[in-house]
Design a protein around this ligand. Structure first.
Ligand SMILES: Nc1ncnc2c1ncn2[C@@H]1O[C@H](COP(=O)(O)OP(=O)(O)OP(=O)(O)O)[C@@H](O)[C@H]1O
Length: 260
């Protein structure tokens, strides 16, 4: 397997604490990898190293075999798009203008937005079910509408790789399924941090489970999401079976085991 994006032995340390500790992760073309783990396990920190906002204490990140530290900013942005947890700009803007920012890495110098750019922006908004929001102002959108618009900006970048930190955050169930379905249908190469383990199991080819900064399991959903591991990492009791309709791994939690 030749990786599009690869993190090798990544470590990020703050003072004496290793927040990410020796994590290696590789993404193949067309693959959707789910990054899962409890709150504070290091998912966002690992993603930040992959999109090179956070320089690793040790380890390297390679994009198509090239160390990302050696790639110029615009070139990186042509290849990698990011939906971070705090992606919304601090200023207000029209939705169309925000999504158009995704085209900047592809535009030359002071070039104006081309008809093609505008068509890409409209299509990206349509894909996330936000076509009707094109003329709205960002400040007046709901949390879920804003999240979909930010995802449209990432899609408008037409990257080789998408790095998404909880893209389904704020979304109602239908939009959660639509956004994840979009990644799958288009065979986008993506690493996606997710909290909903059933969504991760249903849509991801592979899961990487983090616990206290270390990768404790990885593989196909059925290999990773065992009752014993869910108990060990999340401290919850769960039954795992195969959904009769979809054939995918399904988890049923038994909260009584926590609440007594
Ligand atoms: N800049 C920082 N300085 C100190 N500690 C930090 C910093 N950034 C993150 N941490 C700590 O690192 C740990 C991992 O944080 P991170 O956001 O990567 O976890 P996460 O798995 O994405 O969590 P969540 O599921 O809650 O979003 C947390 O305990 C957090 O408090």
């Amino acid at each position: 397997m030749s990786a599009v994006l690869e993190g090798r032995e990544l470590q990020w340390q703050v003072h004496a604490r290793r927040i990410v500790d020796g994590a290696s992760i590789a993404l193949a073309r067309g693959e959707c990898v789910g990054l899962i783990g409890p709150n504070g396990s290091g998912k966002s920190s690992l993603l930040r190293m992959l999109y090179r906002v956070l320089p690793p204490t040790h380890g390297r990140v390679l994009l198509l075999g090239q160390d990302v530290a050696d790639i110029e900013g615009r070139a990186f942005a042509r290849q990698v798009a990011v939906l971070a947890q705090e992606s919304a700009p601090a200023f207000d803007t029209r939705v169309a203008e925000l999504v158009m920012l995704g085209r900047i890495p592809h535009q030359a110098g002071w070039a104006r937005d081309s008809a093609q750019d505008q068509a890409i922006v409209r299509e990206a908004l349509r894909q996330v079910g936000a076509g009707a929001l094109v003329d709205r102002s960002l400040a007046e959108l709901s949390g879920g509408e804003k999240q979909r618009v930010l995802l449209a900006r990432a899609l408008a970048q037409q990257p080789q790789v998408l790095l998404l930190d909880e893209p389904t955050n704020h979304l109602d169930i239908r939009h959660q399924l639509e956004v994840m379905g979009l990644l799958r249908r288009q065979r986008l190469s993506a690493i996606v941090a997710l909290h909903d383990l059933n969504i991760a199991a249903h849509y991801c080819d592979r899961l990487v489970l983090l616990d206290q900064g270390r990768i404790v399991a990885e593989g196909e959903p059925a290999q990773v999401l065992t009752p014993a591991r869910l108990q060990q990492v999340y401290g919850v009791a769960a039954e795992v079976d195969i959904h009769p309709g979809t054939g995918r791994t399904r988890i049923s939690f038994t909260p009584e085991a926590i609440h007594g």
